[in-house]
Design a protein around this ligand. Structure first.
Ligand code: 5GP
Length: 203
């Protein structure tokens, strides 16, 4: 049965927990889910490509996009802006595709205001110690930035109860399987399907 609208899936959780890795693995498993590319004012890391990893923007351009209502949500995170361009997400959902956003917690809570029917998944590290060692292992941040990210991470974990699901990222494939099960179950929710079946039975 073809749904009228796709699901908006928000995958959130502290920086370094492995959202990018889990999303990448999910993408390999499930080619039907669409991935939103975020905009940011932070500088590209080695190997990151504009339009693939992020749309890299100047602060002025990012602020113009906010003013013109082009962002579905945005947040300032460790002195840079990050945001989800609205047009792609809305177009895909309207066409019936499921879309996943990989964003930090402030942005996820904004999306919850505008898309309460979204599916909010919090990706949890096995421990704070493990989280720090993952951020350190990435080798892309200075000690000062790692400390800032850890402070933000503890604040973010405090907001876990705003989410619908918590998935521990102990092992990437296991986390991917849990997320796929959540998406499958959410797509079978009565509230999302009942009107379609009523139309079918009546028509
Ligand atoms: P990073 O600098 O490590 O790529 O990202 C820093 C944080 O910003 C991560 O927690 C990442 O998930 C989050 N982030 C990436 N894109 C977006 C976005 O579009 N909106 C928001 N609110 N957060 C984002």
């Amino acid at each position: 049965m073809k749904r009228e609208k796709g699901l908006l899936i928000v995958l959130s959780g502290p920086s370094g927990v492995g959202k990018g890795t889990v999303c990448g693995a999910l993408r390999e498993h499930d080619t039907d889910i669409k991935y939103s590319v975020s905009a940011t004012t932070r500088s590209p890391r080695e190997g990151e490509q504009d339009g693939v990893s992020y749309f890299f923007k100047s602060k002025d351009e990012f602020e113009r996009m906010i003013r013109d209502g082009e962002m579905l949500e945005y947040a300032r995170y460790v002195s840079n802006y990050y945001g989800t361009p609205r047009a792609y997400v809305e177009e895909m959902i309207d066409k019936g595709h499921d879309v996943i956003l990989e964003i930090e917690v402030q942005g996820a809570l904004q999306v919850k205001e505008t898309f309460p029917e979204g599916v909010f998944i919090f990706l949890m590290p096995p421990s704070l110690k493990e989280l720090r060692s993952r951020i350190e292992g990435r080798g892309t941040e200075t000690d000062e930035l790692i400390d800032s990210r850890m402070t933000v991470a503890e604040e973010e974990i405090d907001l876990m109860d705003k989410y619908d699901y918590v998935v521990e990222n102990d092992e990437v494939q296991a986390a991917v399987e849990r997320i796929k099960s959540i998406v499958t179950a959410e797509n079978c929710r009565k509230d999302r399907l009942i009107h379609l079946y009523k139309q079918l039975m009546e028509g």
